[in-house]
Design a protein around this ligand. Structure first.
Ligand SMILES: Cc1ncc(COP(=O)(O)O)c(C=O)c1O
Length: 425
């Protein structure tokens, strides 16, 4: 008899390609079959067999407060009875936009969309429309969603599947996309509309921006009149109370958000100064639209999260993660393996190796570590002990505000055991 997880996955594979709706969930790069989640609460998820896992995926960063936070559930219950979509302006979208723009200096207006991909895709169109230029620059190993022009040299699932890009993307669609190595400021010219960057690269595991990198990009963009786009889909309202701009003191021209701002529901946003945003339809010539954009449920959840979290919460989470990272590294070291857990605020990565190594500063270095095969064994040894890391070496660990110091200590204990398994396999 198949287990319930196996049975659900077999059913899923009949009707969903690969059994999943997003490739990173498939366990392709770590082997085995994914467990099917029935519910989640705080730092934990529970599968269809009733097995609980301490969850460091947290919907790839969408859950900052942990799963099914009571305040979010309450806001959703209240919102759902009022109707779930109207195709007309609602107070909820104003409240979410206000919560975002009051926190982030220079962000005067946002357009709400339904995913991070949509935010990035629309931001590129806006940048091209405003500058009347075609070329865009992205960095090797940064992931900006799955729109055609941005799906080259992507991290996350694109890297996990070993794909250089994707079939179905025409040469024309990527002909204006220039790929540069992360942490090196490229020399631009007047054909470049925009430079897109993850302020902290979090889709090639975690690679921090080198000192001066973001500031250098800002200066180079300003020099040639290109727009700097911060992809804050992961860093936005997670790295710090006001996101990457406040954390690094570098101001982009256009911001993109997703994940945290939806409180676990599908939302994305892109925003800029009023001047730049006035190029968007209905005010200007750049068309962008969406039936479910600014959806009342999503805005209710997102606004609840943003209004609940204080600057002190980010400081506390940063402190907790700093200790967690140090203890995690020691746990790995106790096995004879070498481990590095880079952190940036509350974001934490994990690289494993059999040899001593330097913290990676670009995709080439990160990839060599992510592909050394150790993560696969480590991942399964952790899963066997009830700790769910992301099923791919290119992802980071998401520690939510619901992860207690006890949860983190338990994880460190199991990390020591799992590292021993990986060291001897
Ligand atoms: C930095 C970054 N940008 C964009 C995206 C795309 O967001 P979505 O999956 O909501 O389309 C992601 C998704 O993981 C991301 O990490």
């Amino acid at each position: 008899m198949n287990s319930l997880n196996e049975a659900w996955f077999a059913r899923a594979q009949k009707v969903l390609p690969g059994g999943v709706d997003s490739p990173v969930r498939s366990f392709r790069s770590v082997g085995g079959i994914p467990f099917t989640v029935a519910r989640g609460s705080g730092a934990y998820v529970e599968d269809v067999e009733g097995r609980r896992y301490l969850d460091y995926v947290q919907s790839y960063g969408a859950s900052l407060l942990g799963h099914a936070h009571p305040a979010v559930v309450k806001a959703l219950r209240e919102a759902v009875g009022e109707g779930t979509t109207f195709g007309a302006p609602t107070p909820g979208e104003v409240l979410l936009a206000e919560a975002m723009t009051t926190r982030v200096k220079g962000l005067e207006q946002v357009r709400l969309v339904s995913s991070g991909t949509e935010a990035l895709m629309s931001a590129v169109r806006l940048a091209r429309g405003v500058t009347r230029r075609d070329k865009i620059v992205k960095f090797d190993g940064c992931y900006h969603g799955h729109s055609d022009a941005l799906l080259v040299a992507g991290g996350s699932g694109v890297a996990q599947m070993g794909l250089p890009g994707s079939a179905g993307v025409t040469a024309g669609a990527v002909g204006d996309t220039i790929v540069a190595p992360y942490n090196e400021v490229p020399t631009l010219d007047e054909t470049v509309a925009a430079v897109l960057v993850e302020p902290v690269a979090a889709n090639m595991n975690l690679v921090a921006p080198a000192t001066g990198f973001l500031r250098g990009l800002r200066a180079e963009c300003s020099r040639v009149g290109a727009l700097l786009i911060f992809d804050e889909v992961i860093t936005g309202f997670r790295l710090a109370y006001a996101g990457a701009e406040a954390f690094f003191d570098v101001t982009p021209d256009i911001w993109c958000f997703g994940k945290v701002i939806g409180g676990g529901l599908p939302v994305g946003a892109f925003g800029a100064s009023r001047d730049i945003m006035s190029s968007l339809a209905p005010l200007g010539p750049v068309y962008q639209a969406g039936t479910l954009s600014g959806n009342p449920l999503a805005t209710a959840a997102g606004t609840t999260v943003l209004n609940l979290v204080t600057p002190g919460d980010y400081e506390e989470l940063t402190r907790r993660v700093a200790t967690f990272a140090r203890d995690f590294e020691q746990a790995i070291a106790s096995s004879g393996l070498y481990g590095h857990c880079p952190t940036q605020g509350p974001l934490m990565g994990l690289f494993l190796s059999r040899q001593p190594f330097e913290a990676p500063s670009n995709f080439v270095d990160a990839k060599a570590l992510c592909e050394n095969g150790l993560y696969r064994t480590f991942f399964h040894a952790m899963l066997d002990r009830g700790v769910a890391l992301a099923p791919g070496a290119y992802e980071i660990l998401f520690v939510s505000l619901a992860h207690s110091t006890e949860d983190l200590a338990t994880t460190v204990h199991y990390a020591a055991e799992a590292a021993k398994v990986a060291a001897t396999t």
